[in-house]
Design a protein around this ligand. Structure first.
Ligand code: SF4
Length: 251
């Protein structure tokens, strides 16, 4: 009986000591643990490595010589292929090479030149509005901050991020177009149902120095392999990392 009492007392002491043991200096105490599952850093790194291997030189496919031309081309690329935009822009920029020149054009003149890109009425209105705003408020120069860019007619976050990343090498956000939206969700890097929310998720999970290249690479991947319908999973170098229900092939 005496032995039992002693043993209970020892157990209580051990428990007390364990609770009170301080964490070793330099341990991970207090740090937020790294995420596991689809967002585990090593998985994200493996995805980025596979994208680098598949698309080492991925760049913006819109032909342009200046930030202004890129801004206009990006506005025109909504609901239109980059190839079609690249057919239309040379004549548009030959006729109206600067924001000041474009701001003096009439809307029907612009509409006629961009008609084949679709939604030409709204796009012409946006381009004309952008030309006027940049001429009158930004001294004829496309601004270099997201906050200023999104005040320009026709330039929401996606367009602003394209111009900032491609023309100025600035990563203030991640370009989320239809390909980035679809593939980020297929790869479980994001799960939201709007482009804005997916961008916020990607900004948390991707290293900032990959925000620009990630979008270029994923856009190429979406065009060539991870298409909206019937993705070519048997040709995809991300296949072993992907658990999407849309997969058409499993290794
Ligand atoms: S395995 Fe298929 S669904 Fe997954 S990323 Fe590759 S092409 Fe897309």
């Amino acid at each position: 009986m005496a032995q039992t009492k002693k043993s209970k007392s020892v157990k209580r002491q051990v428990a007390k000591t364990q609770t009170a043991t301080p964490k070793k200096a330099g341990s991970d105490a207090g740090k937020t643990p790294a995420p596991r599952g689809p967002l585990a850093p090593e998985r994200v790194a493996a995805i980025l490595k596979a994208l680098d291997e598949a698309y080492p030189n991925a760049e913006c496919a819109l032909t342009h010589k200046t930030p202004w031309e890129l801004l206009v081309a990006t506005i025109l690329s909504a609901q239109c292929t980059d190839a079609r935009v690249n057919i239309v822009t040379p004549e548009l920029f030959r006729r109206f090479p600067t924001p000041a020149a474009m701001s003096k054009a009439s809307q029907p003149e612009i509409e006629e030149l961009i008609r084949t890109t679709g939604f030409f009425h709204n796009k012409a209105k946006s381009i004309l509005g952008a030309a006027k705003k940049i001429t009158e408020e930004f001294g004829g120069q496309v601004p270099q901050t997201l906050a200023e860019l999104i005040t320009i007619p026709g330039a929401a976050r996606k367009t602003a991020n394209v111009v900032l990343g491609v023309s100025y090498g600035k990563a203030e956000g991640v370009v989320v177009d239809t390909h980035v939206f679809r593939i980020s969700r297929r790869l479980e890097l994001a799960k939201s149902d709007t482009a804005e929310k997916v961008e916020q998720e990607l900004m948390k999970v991707l290293p900032r120095d990959r925000w620009i290249s990630f979008s270029h690479q994923v856009i190429h991947h979406g065009r060539q392999i991870c298409t909206a319908r019937n993705p070519k999973c048997n040709q995809c170098n991300l296949e072993t990392l992907c658990r999407s229900k849309d997969k058409t092939w499993e290794s």
